[in-house]
Design a binder for this molecule. Structure first.
Ligand SMILES: NC(=O)c1ccc[n+]([C@@H]2O[C@H](COP(=O)([O-])OP(=O)(O)OC[C@H]3O[C@@H](n4cnc5c(N)ncnc54)[C@H](OP(=O)(O)O)[C@@H]3O)[C@@H](O)[C@H]2O)c1
Length: 294
């Protein structure tokens, strides 16, 4: 089994090897996105990263930290509400106007909510837009840039491996929205879409990842969405249960270290197919074992 010490050695060796990166595109500046960005800043050589999230004010401390971690890096923040597809298209068009290729598209923006279907101004369920529709649109927009890169990969941090039956007659969850249906639908559609995309673009690596339980603010925010008679128990759980549960999660920095390892699966495309398969299995096994243990 790969352990975190080996991951750290492997990550730090990358900088020593002076392996360069093409531009990277990362959505999400809290939680897992934050941990992964820190790893890029620590371990990559002069990375150029486009970072997208909805608040420049919230992202400002992280941006300063990234710049001090890697003075040679370029960290470009774009503020926009990425649950809107029109905003996704605008951001992608802006980047496509500046770059010839992209090495990585890393997607982790999202949230959990029991507040039911909440539509964006475009009529899409907001949760589904962040977890699936917006992410697929970003990938679709960037496929030409990913295809033009030597080392190209897409990592979607969500719920890979937990696919289930979904209602094919209500993919948009207009009639059957619930907490679990929303997660199941986005999970299964992501994996199916990635499998199809992988057939059409065999040189691009598509990873749909369940990160295990990570101590981000996601549970805290989830309890904040509870309404009605469950509101009081949810508040109590927020202050008493969530902090205890958090003790068993993985930190965002450790998750970032695993994420940084995962993003290098692509670099083995240059190697033989058998070596490539070993790497893929190694990474998948490592993630699955971590998930099973937590
Ligand atoms: N944490 C876990 O244990 C866990 C486990 C399994 C799967 N996941 C999945 O992994 C992904 C990342 O989770 P995380 O724990 O890193 O979450 P997080 O800490 O809550 O961060 C979510 C990110 O999404 C951004 N975001 C952008 N637009 C948003 C909008 N309209 N509404 C809500 N958030 C928006 C947030 O921005 P702001 O900073 O502005 O809020 C934040 O950067 C999610 O899809 C989650 O379902 C997480």
């Amino acid at each position: 089994m790969v352990n975190i010490k080996d991951v750290r050695v492997s990550n730090s060796n990358l900088k020593a090897k002076n392996t360069g990166h093409g531009p990277l595109f990362v959505i999400g500046t809290s939680g897992i996105g934050k941990g992964t960005l820190r790893q890029f800043a620590k371990c990559a050589n002069a990375p150029k990263v486009y970072i997208v999230d909805r608040s420049m004010t919230s992202a400002a401390p992280l941006l300063s930290e990234l710049e001090s971690l890697n003075p040679l890096g370029t960290f470009i923040f774009i503020e926009t509400e990425i649950s809107l597809i029109k905003n996704v298209d605008t951001v992608c068009a802006e980047i496509k106007g500046k770059e010839q290729n992209l090495d990585l598209v890393f997607l982790s923006a999202g949230y959990l909510s029991v507040a039911g279907r909440q539509e964006t101004s475009e009529g899409i369920d907001t949760f589904s837009s962040l977890a699936y529709y917006g992410r697929l649109r970003i990938i679709d927009n960037f496929l030409p840039l990913l295809s033009a890169s030597v080392s190209h990969r897409v990592i979607s941090i969500f719920n890979g491996g937990k696919e289930s039956t979904i209602d094919l007659h209500d993919l948009e969850l207009r009639n059957s929205h619930s907490f679990t249906n929303a997660i199941n639908s986005a999970t299964t559609q992501t994996t199916l879409a990635f499998e199809e995309l992988a057939k059409v673009y065999p040189m691009v690596t598509f990873c749909h990842v369940h990160p295990g339980f990570v101590t981000t603010g996601i549970l805290d925010r989830l309890t904040g969405t509870v309404k009605g008679i469950w509101r009081l128990p949810a508040i109590l759980a927020r202050w008493n249960v969530v902090p205890v549960v958090q003790l068993f999660g993985r930190s965002i920095d450790e998750t970032g270290e695993w994420g940084f390892l995962l993003q290098r699966v692509q670099s083995i495309h240059q190697r033989s197919r058998s070596t490539r398969m070993k790497w893929v299995l190694l990474c998948q096994t490592a993630w699955m074992l971590r998930r099973a243990l937590l």
